[in-house]
Design a protein around this ligand. Sequence first.
Ligand SMILES: [Zn+2]
Length: 497
Amino acid sequence: MHRRIIVPGALGAASLMLAIPASAAAHSPGAPGIGDPDYPAYGNGGYDVSHYDLRLKYQPATDRLEGTATILARTTEDLSRFNLDFLLDVGEVRVNGAEASFTTSGEQELEVTPRKPLDKGAPLTVVVRYSGVPSSKQAFGFTSWHRTLDGGVAANEPEAAAWWFPSNDHPLDKATYDVSVQVPDGTQAISNGTLQSTSSRLGWTRWNWRSDQPQATYLATLAVGKFDLTTGTTEGGIPVVNAYSRDLGANDGAARASIERTGEVADWLSEYFGPYPFDALGGYVPNTTTGYALETQTRPFYSPRQFANGSNVSVVVHELAHQWYGDLVSVRGWKDIWINEGFARYAQWLWSEHEGEGTAQELADYTYASHPADDPFWTVRPGDPGPENQFDGAVYDRGALAVQALRNEVGDEDFFAILKGWPAKYAHGNASVADFQRYAEEVSRRPLAALFDTWLFQPSKPDAPAAGARSLGKPSEAPAQPRSWRRIAATNDVHEH
Ligand SMILES: [Zn+2]
């Protein structure tokens, strides 16, 4: 949801009249991608979505999802047709009330041709009726829909939306959501934001969730299954809804012992990052066999495997840190992933310090020392890792090392001012690594180009700073392993996003 200048009514009408002589030939197809060099097919050009209304029905026994998406948008150029990103089977598309023709192309492109060409700056209402079995669909060689014993879950990165709703699937186009899902009585449907209401009729229960703050498409989530819900509020008054599959077995206690601390962790993080940015909070654990966790907005997704070795508040810290670094401020392009993962990992280091299990500096020293110069770890460039390394462990660990290097360069006062100021500066928007460097330079009044280049963009191990400086990995010492190291490394093994 980009901010744009709204032309006042009278002026708008005048410019509209002037526009009439322009011929329909000036209208051209919207681009099939939004312009992300790492993922050219992701998102689409020519329009900007403000709201998704998803009214769905899901049958766990057959994994069949059906329903209607109503998309409110505005055109950003004269369009003869436009694309949505989607994988399920489309029955009908209507544009501004009129039936539109459509076709599918590429891996996930739904091309929509309205009856009349669309003028730039006009409101756009798109209704898509659809159905399908999400677990039967793949795009780009992967699936983001996880079938469980009692339902299914949509959660993945960098894409998940196409398995359950048509969208402009890129973080650049954020929108608000109403997600209403009908499931058999006794089954729960979990999504982002606030649970507005549930209602039951003829054996089916409808779950109505609302996200009224902008949300990127990959951060929207849906889980259907048999869940036990817990509710509460944070000290700051944010309502908390957590959901646990009733089939977590031996991991149930450890999952609850971690996720029931969500309010406490969010309050603790807000001391570093500023007030918690959304009006709902929680977490959910479906009975999936996948290993990762994901920062789905307001309500992170956790795999049961994250809790196989006992409670794991560190992974909760990681996913909640993303609510500021990733969700409130999102990547401009996927190459900017360091701003998400470097800082979410660094938050785990700060939590370790808080718990007395090793300071951030000790974790940085140990990380630096434990990867020799010829370790491929150093060939990953966290500032622009490329799609093949987007979620490599080095983006997280070398990424957090870069954060510590910044802290040591600018000092604690400026560092913590940057940490807290950044989410507010780009709230509900998008920003790049270059934007972060500029902001850090502005706050610290120091040139930081060399530091950023060394720690984020060089495919080699940076030299340890000169002796006497506050250094990383003093070469003469073998740093001791901090107590939190194994826990943080273990969450890395099952790959939190
Ligand atoms: Zn992450």
